[in-house]
Every structure is written in C-alpha cells, then in structure tokens.
Design a protein around this ligand. Structure first.
Ligand code: ADP
Ligand SMILES: Cc1ncc(COP(=O)(O)OP(=O)(O)O)c(N)n1
Length: 290
C-alpha cells in the first residue's frame, strides 16, 4: 500500500487545540503522514483567539502549490483559509491538480469503458471555518462568496456545522428537516458530499445526536450517543482531519465519515484541559492524564 498522506491548509493555533497543530496530531494518530501549508498565524490560547496575522495571499498559494506538486497527496484538508484570494486561488490550483491527474490517467490507462473503473481522483475535504467557537471572525468579507463560487465546485466533502451551513446558504436551520434542506442547497454549489454536523441543534431527543451525510444519490443520518459536553475547542478541525485520514487510508466516504464522527464523539465527553481556558480534543484516550 502507498504511504497514506494528507496535506492540511490551515491557520496556526499556538495553544495546539485547533488549526494545523491539531490537524497534524490527528493525522499522526491515524498513522497518516501530514504536510501543512499555513494560511495565517493567530495569537490564541485555550481561552480564545486574541489576534490574527494573515500571510500574504500570493505567498500562501505558492506554499500550497509547492507542497501539492512535491508530495502529491491523495487527500487535502482545509481549515481556516481566511482570505477570499486564498479561497478562490485554492479553487483554481485544485482544478489544475485534478486536471493533471486526469491527463496522466488518460496516458497510462486504456480508454474508459463500462468495464474500466474511472481513475481515482485526489480528494479535497473542506471545513469551512468562519469563526472561532467564541465567535471571533476567522474569514474576511467576500469569503462566503469565494467559497460558494470558487471552492465548493471542486470540493469532495464539505464539513460545515450548523452556523456555517446557515451562513453559506442564507437558510435558518432549526431542526433535522432544515438540515436536509440546507445540505441539499449546499450540494447545489458543487461539493460531491456534505457532512452537516448537528451538534449545535437543541432538538435531538433524549441522549441521541445526529450528523447528516448527503450526496446527490444518498442520504444517511450518523446517529450517536449525546454526552454532556464540556466547553472545548478544535472539534471541527479534529473531525475534518480524522475524516481526511480515513479517506487517505482508502475508506469510501460514508465509511470514513462514520468512523471519523465516532472517533470524535468518543473524545467529546472526555477532553484534555491543557491551559487556563477551554478543553481540547484528547488525542489518545488510553494516555489521558489530568
Ligand atoms: N454533546 C455531544 N455529544 C456527542 N457528540 C457531539 C456532541 N456535540 C457535538 N457532537 C459531535 O461532534 C461533532 C462536531 O459537531 P458540531 O459541534 O456540530 O461541530 P463543530 O465542532 O464544527 O462546531 C459532530 O460529529 C457532532 O455530532
Ligand atoms: C487556527 C484556527 N483554526 C480554526 C479554528 C476554529 O476551530 P474549530 O475546530 O473549527 O472550531 P471550534 O471547535 O473552536 O468551535 C481556530 N480556533 N483556530
């Protein structure tokens, strides 16, 4: 088997709970090699985001291009992209990356027929980070339009939470029916799959909770046990990285999504308190120390 590799494109969180630091730790836990292109530096503690220092957009895009054509990762995951020029530029770069795969496959494979499977294309997991858990905006004006117009058309799996799906669609999401409507609207922007996370909805009955995984062909609810949730951050980054890792290990999207969601849910009720503020996702349950 080829070395499983994921490149994460995200911001830096010095406290290690979110951003590239969290992504690389999750990838390592799944046994997947991680590369990272950094979009912005934050001043951030476990209590929240104190400041944001974006790197020049052209320079960020050069970093991404360098690492894509060097490592040739089969899976890329995005976190805080922050600037519209980075979001749109990544859409263009990813289109070129996919095209090169198609051209190479056309040279080495026999012509496609009903019996030859289509070549496996690289996978782009987009976690549309818009704000920190405490509400600090992590995207500049124009970012939503850049996502909708330039990045979602080339996205394989989009992983919004409820507020992110509301912002991208302009639709209010109050219950599971609204989740379906918003996820279908998101599919119209172009992603092949949408994993709409349900953690922000109050409606779930009793001790159950669900996320919605949807494509143009299928719809699945990923049900799980709702646990009392301590205040923690980095859950969105960790889930998208776990999903990217499972995809790099060769699992199909529905299996990878179910496994990643389960992995995170096992950790949500049992965070690590590493600083003075919120908890972070515990990387290895069996090694948990207070
Ligand atoms: N109280 C909870 N108990 C169990 N799982 C939860 C709980 N809250 C959220 N989750 C799960 O954690 C993941 C992240 O959910 P969510 O909070 O919606 O997104 P985000 O972390 O991006 O804000 C989802 O798989 C969701 O089902
Ligand atoms: C550098 C950086 N990137 C992303 C976030 C947001 O983290 P996320 O896991 O999406 O959200 P919360 O769990 O914090 O709600 C961040 N804070 N910093």
């Amino acid at each position: 088997m080829k070395l499983p590799k994921v490149v994460t494109i995200a911001g830096s969180d010095p406290s290690g709970g979110a951003g590239i630091q969290a992504d690389l730790k999750v990838l390592a836990q799944f046994g997947v090699y991680g590369g990272a292109a950094v979009t912005a530096l934050t001043r951030q503690t476990s209590a929240g985001v104190l400041g944001l220092f974006p790197l020049p957009a052209a320079w960020v895009l050069e970093q991404i291009s360098d690492v894509l054509w060097d490592l040739r990762p089969p899976v890329v995951k995005t976190g805080m992209l922050q600037q519209p020029a980075v979001i749109s530029g990544l859409g263009r770069l990813w289109g070129a990356y996919l095209q090169e795969y198609r051209d190479t496959a056309a040279q080495v494979l026999p012509p496609a027929s009903s019996t030859t499977p289509a070549p496996t294309l690289p996978i782009l997991v987009v976690d549309p980070v818009l704000s920190s858990g405490a509400g600090v905006s992590l995207v500049d004006g124009g970012g939503l339009a850049a996502f909708r117009e330039d990045l979602l058309p080339v996205t394989t799996v989009l992983t919004p939470n409820v507020p992110e799906a509301e912002a991208l669609t302009g639709m209010a999401i109050r219950d599971s029916g609204d989740m379906i409507g918003a996820a279908e609207r998101l599919l119209q922007f172009g992603p092949q799959w949408v994993l709409l996370k349900g953690g922000h909805l109050p409606e779930w009955e009793g001790d159950r909770i669900a996320d919605l995984l949807i494509s143009r062909e299928e719809r699945r609810w990923l049900w799980g046990q709702r646990v009392p949730r301590a205040d923690l951050h980095g859950t969105g980054c960790s889930l998208a990285s776990a999903l990217a890792a499972c995809l790099a290990l060769g699992l199909p999207v529905p299996v990878a999504a179910a496994r990643a969601v389960e992995w995170l849910r096992q950790r949500i009720g049992s965070p690590l308190f590493v600083g003075q503020g919120r908890g972070v996702v515990c990387q290895k349950l069996e090694e948990k120390r207070e």
